[in-house]
Design a protein around this ligand. Structure first.
Ligand SMILES: *Cc1c(COP(=O)(O)O)cnc(C)c1O
Length: 392
């Protein structure tokens, strides 16, 4: 890993050697027996990683996180529907725009950058009007804020409102219990905490969500339509091939490997996912101890809001976006600010998936950031930051 830059952005992320090998090489045909097995097995594993019920419907589509968002919006909504959208930043704005393009009336509960509405506020908003759907971003990639997805999902259920969570920066890393919390759609993309190269859009829909698709009067764009893809998903899960549009076959071969790594060979999904969530909690906590030693403060304004998948950190006084080049010169790639109101004032460090299984890579990230800060004149003790990572 040392002769090429270490990717510590909030996606794409570093992938394991096994995932890389599975994604590379000649693309399998969509009728190849090994592909049929990988596709079918992946759909089953998606339910386990999502902690979804056995009657929920997984979809693996060609595309990115944005395609997964489009798929959810278009299959659940049409003109005349009313949505409550919890807006925590950049990707919530995108979701709002998608909903409006579909003719949905959108009411936003908006938070200051670095904040998130608590579940009581969302419950109150749901009670104040008639809504069909609730949309929220589980971890906002522009601020590193994690919302109370459980509280929101339960509030939506109490009001008979479908809940949809953009998990693109959270799925398979932050606790999410789709069945227990009564959430209706949880969506993501392959290049974030799933730990694959970019190219797959993924989501699981509850039986309630599938019914909402049935009730639509205006069909979605075909490339994201659950009706078009459902026979394909069902067939592969029964280990038969089917065709609607060409799946990303090489990536699906890698998906079976990546989801297998996440579940870690444990046949109890609750235990497997608890271990996976704990890995991210521990990793994020180690990074936070390092940031504190380096004098960096987080954009999320309360500890309960700090995500485990990325850190959003204000530049210290006298330092600005030129820090990113200093970090890159030390072989580590981090991301700039993304929230429209704050962008030039902070940077973002992704810590999802594979990197958390590599203490050497974690230290390399902290060292590069610490040394870059020192090069920019900040008074930092890099060795103390590295030592702090070890203290639990
Ligand atoms: C990355 C991201 C997206 C967009 O995903 P793309 O794969 O870039 O289309 C959407 N929502 C969240 C929360 C994200 O982190």
């Amino acid at each position: 890993m040392s002769d090429r830059p270490l990717l510590m952005i909030p996606g794409p992320i570093e992938v394991s050697d096994a995932v890389r090998d599975a994604a590379g090489g000649p693309p399998p045909g969509h009728l190849a027996p090994a592909l049929i097995e990988a596709f079918g097995a992946s759909l089953g594993m998606l339910r386990r990683v999502w902690r979804a019920s056995s009657d929920s419907q997984p979809f693996v589509l060609p595309g990115s996180g944005t395609s997964a968002m489009d798929s959810a919006v278009q299959n659940l909504c049409e003109r005349g529907h009313r949505a409550l959208l919890v807006n925590t930043g950049y990707f919530s704005d995108r979701m709002a725009e998608m909903l409006r393009r579909r003719g949905v009336t959108v009411t936003e509960v908006k938070a200051q950058p670095g904040e998130a509405p608590d579940a009581e506020l969302v419950r109150g908003a749901l009670a104040s009007d008639r809504f069909d759907l609730l949309f929220a971003t589980h971890v906002d990639t522009s601020t590193a804020v994690r919302v109370d997805a459980e509280g929101y999902a339960r509030a939506a259920r109490e009001h008979g409102v479908l809940s949809v969570f953009d998990g693109v920066c959270a799925t398979a890393a932050e606790r999410f219990e789709m069945e227990a919390w009564g959430a209706d759609v949880y969506l993501t993309a392959s290049q974030k905490a799933i730990g694959l190269p970019p190219g797959l859009a993924m989501l699981v829909a509850s039986p309630r969500a599938m019914k909402a698709r049935e009730a639509l009067t205006v069909a979605p764009t075909m490339s994201v339509d659950w009706h078009c893809w459902l026979p394909v998903m069902r067939a592969y899960e029964e280990r038969r091939p089917a065709y609607f549009a060409t799946p990303a076959t090489g990536l699906i071969r890698a998906l079976a490997v990546g989801l297998g790594e996440i579940l870690g060979g444990d046949d109890d999904p609750a235990r497997a996912m608890s271990a996976r969530f704990a890995l991210h909690e521990r990793g994020a906590a180690a990074f936070r101890r390092a940031w504190r030693e380096l004098g960096l403060t987080a954009v999320p304004q309360r500890p309960a809001l700090l995500s485990n998948t990325l850190s959003a950190l204000y530049y210290p006084a006298g330092v600005g976006p030129e820090l990113l080049g200093e970090i890159a010169a030390r072989g580590v790639v981090v991301a700039g600010g993304l929230h429209p109101e704050l962008a030039p004032r902070y940077f973002r460090v992704g810590h999802m998936g594979h990197v958390l299984t590599r203490p050497d890579a974690m230290r390399r990230g902290v060292r590069a950031i610490g040394e870059a800060l020192a090069a920019k004149g900040a008074a930092v003790d890099v060795d103390r930051a590295l030592a702090a990572m070890e203290e639990e």
